[in-house]
Ligand binder design. Structure first.
Ligand SMILES: COc1ccc(N2C[C@H](O)c3cc(S(N)(=O)=O)sc3S2(=O)=O)cc1
Ligand SMILES: [Zn+2]
Length: 262
């Protein structure tokens, strides 16, 4: 899977201070201005082919909970859209707030959502390993999906029911046969795309972001279970709720955000 334990454990709690990347020209997240985004008729339809059998486990890495996929073969892939190559799904995770007023990393015309899903893929056409791809400018492709509060999301519930097992940082639980397609909105061909970075350390400028226009609906209670997770490990005295695990927004620095729709 893509999130190597060593690197993550060396990460310092970055939400206490917004980490500036020296010379960072394409940092994420950003606000997406609808009127400033450019319709690109050459953007192709996105093609996702996810095999639920590649789903392996859930891991609380102290920043979010990652649902990790076996990325040693081309069984779960993403291609099309703005992408030249085929990318392999390695994990998905979320960012959320302490209440329903905020939590997403990206915004649309400054509109905040209570949470945001990130499906992380790496360029397996050009690189042999995730660790190589994560430092290359065309190395990663992350699909972002906004969550809004509404009806219960049936597909998400299986994941929500497993979260108490990974309450503490560094806990892992087996989690299989989960098809992440159920977390995508009906229309995956209305999206914005721009060149950006990881939103957690090492903040490498390796990500082609693909942000879905249509949010998915989840219930208030489902989001409340996200907030029952902890940043802290079972050994630590002071238990800290895992909330507000989003990065501050970054300057656009002249970048263009393209849209696949008018
Ligand atoms: C070797 O260095 C590594 C670099 C990155 C990672 N990852 C974990 C990060 O938390 C992280 C955050 C992502 S976000 N919020 O979608 O921009 S994507 C991603 S990750 O899975 O690539 C692991 C090892
Ligand atoms: Zn993320």
């Amino acid at each position: 899977a893509c999130s190597s334990r060593v690197v993550l454990s060396q990460m310092h709690p970055m939400w206490q201070e917004p980490l500036e990347v020296p010379g960072g020209e394409r940092q994420s997240p950003i606000d997406i201005s609808m009127r400033k985004s450019i319709f690109d008729p050459n953007l192709k339809p996105l093609v996702t082919q996810y095999d639920p059998r590649t789903c392996q486990q859930i891991w609380n890495n102290g920043y979010s909970f990652l649902v990790e996929y076996d990325d040693t073969t081309d069984k779960s892939t993403l291609r099309g859209g703005p992408l030249e190559d085929q990318f392999r799904l390695c994990q998905f995770h979320f960012h959320w707030g302490e209440n329903n007023s905020w939590g997403s990393e990206h915004t649309v015309d400054r509109q905040l959502y209570p949470a945001e899903l990130h499906l992380v893929h790496w360029n397996a056409d050009k690189y042999a390993l995730f660790e190589e791809a994560v430092v290359e400018e065309n190395g990663l492709a992350v699909i972002g999906v906004f969550l809004k509060v509404g009806k219960t999301h049936e597909g998400l519930q299986k994941l929500v029911d497993a979260l108490p097992a990974v309450r503490h940082k560094d806990s892992v639980v087996e989690f299989t046969k989960f098809d992440p397609s159920c977390l995508l909105p009906e229309s995956i061909n209305e999206y914005w795309t721009y060149a950006g970075s990881l939103t957690t350390p090492p903040l490498t400028e390796a990500v082609t972001w693909i942000i879905m226009k249509q949010p998915i609906e989840v219930s208030h209670d489902q989001l409340a279970v996200f907030r029952s997770l902890l940043f802290t490990s079972a050994e630590e005295e002071a238990q800290k709720s895992m909330v507000n695990n989003f990065r501050v927004q970054q300057p656009l620095k002249g970048r263009t955000v393209r849209s696949s729709f008018t």
